[in-house]
Design a protein around this ligand. Sequence first.
Ligand code: HEM
Ligand code: HEM
Length: 242
Amino acid sequence: MTTFFAILFTVATLTLVIGLGLKIAQYARTPAPLKIPTTPAPLTKPGVAFRLAREAVVFESLFKANKPLWIFAALFHFGLAVVLVRHVRYFQTEVGPLVALVQPLALPAGLAMLIGLLLLLGRRLVLERIRYITGRSDILMLVLLLGIAVTGMFMTKHVHTDVVAVKAFFTGLLGFEIRSLPGDPLLVVHLLLVAILMIVFPFSKLLHAPGLFFSPTRNQTDTPREHRHLCDWAAKLEDKRS
Ligand code: HEM
Ligand code: HEM
């Protein structure tokens, strides 16, 4: 079992890191031939950075567009963010101040994630207009995350696992050393689902996280009058002609 998980997490980490790296490189190379910032848009690069930060941290345009969906998404993503920061303790021998600060938030963060996911799933199943555009992968993603959240919450609240041993296993793995992992069924299911999430991440809609930063409607300055916009390939063509 320990060897199986050591191999699984090595494969999952490599898939996540290489897959995400390749996707980000592909996004960075994809030309944006048109100047299409959604206006009102910032005029300067620092302004664009601030706009992107607002999108990533508080989902600004979703807030303007759809308040109920914003609440559902915020519950899930903010909960997830706190949960992930709490989890850093499994990979560090000495935990940092931020990780220590969020340790008491297991229950509120886990619940926010869980309730957010249930509401997002309910929206996809109940609203006819949304069900029509919902594919199997949309549902599967939410069910996968729900599975991770439910098994995690059960471990935190009811059926505890040996978290010291879990930490020893993962810090060991980071140094290419295999230390034994507890065989508790909930932990096994939690980790199997997490490994699946890591493996599918670079091939799934979860790419919306890095994708946001490459969205031309969000990452362009509103300067078409000051500078003529030319994408790389068009600029090269123009150079050749002149
Ligand atoms: C920079 C980071 C991220 C940003 C800005 C972001 C933003 C968003 C927004 C605005 C939505 C709602 C959009 C809609 O349904 O129209 C959404 C949906 C979703 N996000 Fe994220 N997200 C981020 C990271 C993540 C991560 C790391 C995960 C999972 C590990 C995740 C999982 C999901 C899922 C599953 C949905 C879909 C809900 C549904 O369609 O029913 N997101 N995200
Ligand atoms: C290798 C990565 C991971 C390991 C080793 C791990 C391990 C654990 C353990 C041992 C617990 C129980 C904590 C306790 O008893 O106090 C837990 C809880 C939890 N896990 Fe994970 N987990 C991992 C990744 C994830 C991911 C990626 C998510 C979310 C997508 C997640 C979501 C949760 C939640 C919601 C809880 C309950 C709330 C909390 O304790 O923070 N886990 N996890």
